[in-house]
Every structure is written in structure tokens, then in C-alpha cells.
Design a protein around this ligand. Structure first.
Ligand code: NAP
Length: 246
């Protein structure tokens, strides 16, 4: 039976992905900054571990506690909506610490076991913002586009070790905790001069009629993990699929 470790399982896409793999017979290591076993069904195949992807000691402790894994899903991420002019560089760095360097640090931490065993798979969850430019998310997009390039290049150097890397690109889901979790970070990022433009963006988001569901992303990760065709990118959710095709 194979073991999958998923980051950021306290809510949203990560939580649903953990449920999906549990329901289909996998051993699941669901990691969270603040572990809560009650958000997932109880199972002998489930382990809930503490993991903050920005903390090297937390990464090593989680991987030591999990034992060998077959698949790593780098799902943990934070959002940011606002005018770049008003975004403090400390906030930009905070976004990159989780969305970009956190993914790289997790990847580097699992590579020794994957390369030694000559098998293993890493799925990096980015965003449909990498498929077409979207307004007021310059920093967030940069943090995710960096992972697109990182993953595509890494695929070449890991191929001869039998280690695969994949990208899952979710669309916009208003139902996860993404906006709530980013609320405080976004305060003050829409100065007066940008307010009319920001309003047009909020209005067009309210009119959007295709959204991504948590289950779309769980299924996207599932497809990426079971892929045998060499496909690198897996848009997830109808809005992401439409963008990828346009
Ligand atoms: N929702 C969308 O519209 C959307 C669209 C495209 C892509 N995405 C991407 O999809 C992924 C999941 O987002 P979501 O929508 O499911 O949002 P979410 O409900 O806010 O879930 C994000 C998860 O990441 C965790 N996390 C944040 N910082 C972390 C850190 N330093 N270390 C470990 N875990 C951390 C959160 O944990 P805490 O509970 O501890 O904060 C939470 O479990 C993210 O990578 C996001 O960028 C989301």
C-alpha cells in the first residue's frame, strides 16, 4: 500500500485531497501547521503530523515521523490580492516563503529517499493564475509561476532517477479558507487610487460562473499521481481547464 504526504491539510484543497486518497485505500500522512485529527475520518491508514513548510526543523521532524513516503503533494499556500505598489516587500517575502521556498524546501527534503529508491512522485499545486495573467495578484502569481518553471526544469534532472514531478493548477474556489486566511495580510493593499480598478475586479469575480470545487483539485492530484503518459500540467476545475485551453 502506497503512502502519500500532503501539506496544508487543515482546510480546502489539501483536506479534500487527503479525504480522497484515504477513501481510495492509500496510507495518508496529512500535515497541518496545527494538527487536528477531527477534520478527517478516523482510519488506521491516516496519520496527522505537524508541519510548517517555512520551518526547516519542522520539515525534518515531519519527514522523520512519517517514515518513507511514495508521493509528496506540496499544497500548502497563502494568497495575496492587492496593488503591488502598496505591498510591503516583507509581505512579498512572506508569500514566497510559503508558496515558493516552502515547496522547494519540501522537495529537497524528500529527494534523498526518492533518488535512493529510484522512485517517488512530487505534485506541486500552483494556480490557474499561471495560465493567464490576472489583475491585482502580481506577487501571488510570481510565487506560483516560479514553481511552474522550477518543476518543469526539475522534471528533466530527476527522470534518470525514476522520480517524477507534476503540476496541478487549480482554478478559483470561493469555498476554501483561502480568502479568510489571507485577510489580515491584505489589509491596506488597495490604496484609494487603485480602489475603482479593484472594484471592477471584485465585480467581475462576482459574475464568474465557473468555479473550482475542492473535489476538482483532489481528482486533479489523483490524475497527476496515476498518470502514465508523462503529462506535466494538470489544470483542475472548469475555470482552470477553460483557461488552459484558451
Ligand atoms: N482557493 C483558490 O481560489 C485557489 C486557487 C488556485 C490555487 N490555490 C492554491 O491551492 C492551495 C490550497 O489553497 P486552498 O484554497 O485550499 O486554501 P486554504 O483553505 O487556505 O488552505 C491552505 C492550507 O495551507 C496551509 N498553510 C499555509 N501556510 C502554511 C505553512 N507555512 N506551512 C504549512 N501549511 C501552511 C493552511 O494551514 P493553516 O490552517 O495553518 O493556515 C491551509 O491548510 C494553495 O497552494 C493555493 O495557493 C487556491
Amino acid at each position: 500500500m502506497k503512502t502519500i504526504m500532503i501539506t496544508g491539510c487543515s482546510s480546502g484543497y489539501g483536506l479534500e485531497t487527503a479525504r480522497h486518497f484515504l477513501a481510495t485505500g492509500w496510507n495518508v500522512v496529512a500535515t497541518m501547521r496545527t494538527p487536528r485529527a477531527d477534520v478527517l475520518p478516523s482510519s488506521e491508514r491516516l496519520r496527522v503530523l505537524a508541519l510548517d513548510v517555512t520551518q526547516p526543523a519542522s520539515i525534518s521532524a515531519a519527514l522523520e515521523a512519517s517514515g518513507p513516503i511514495d508521493v509528496l503533494v506540496n499544497n500548502a499556500g497563502i494568497g495575496l490580492f492587492g496593488a503591488f505598489q502598496a505591498t510591503p516587500m516583507s509581505t512579498t517575502r512572506e508569500v514566497f516563503e510559503t508558496n515558493t521556498f516552502g515547496v522547494m524546501a519540501m522537495t529537497q527534503a524528500v529527494l534523498p529517499q526518492f533518488c535512493a529508491r529510484r522512485s517517488g512522485l512530487i505534485v506541486n499545486v500552483t494556480s490557474s493564475a499561471t495560465l493567464a495573467p490576472m489583475p491585482m495578484v502580481a506577487v501571488y502569481t510570481a510565487s506560483k509561476v516560479a514553481i511552474e518553471g522550477f518543476t518543469a526544469s526539475l522534471a528533466f534532472e530527476l527522470e534518470s532517477f525514476g522520480v517524477r514531478v507534476k503540476l496541478v493548477e487549480p482554478g478559483y474556489a470561493p469555498t476554501t479558507r483561502f480568502a479568510v486566511n489571507g485577510g489580515a495580510r491584505m489589509e491596506g493593499l488597495i490604496p484609494e487610487a487603485y480602489a475603482p480598478f479593484a472594484q471592477t475586479i471584485f465585480a467581475s469575480l462576482a459574475q464568474q460562473n465557473a468555479f473550482t470545487k475542492e473535489s476538482d483539485v483532489a481528482e486533479g492530484v489523483w490524475r497527476a499521481v496515476h498518470d502514465t503518459t508523462g503529462q506535466l500540467r494538470f489544470p483542475a476545475g472548469p475555470d482552470a481547464v477553460a483557461l488552459a485551453g484558451s
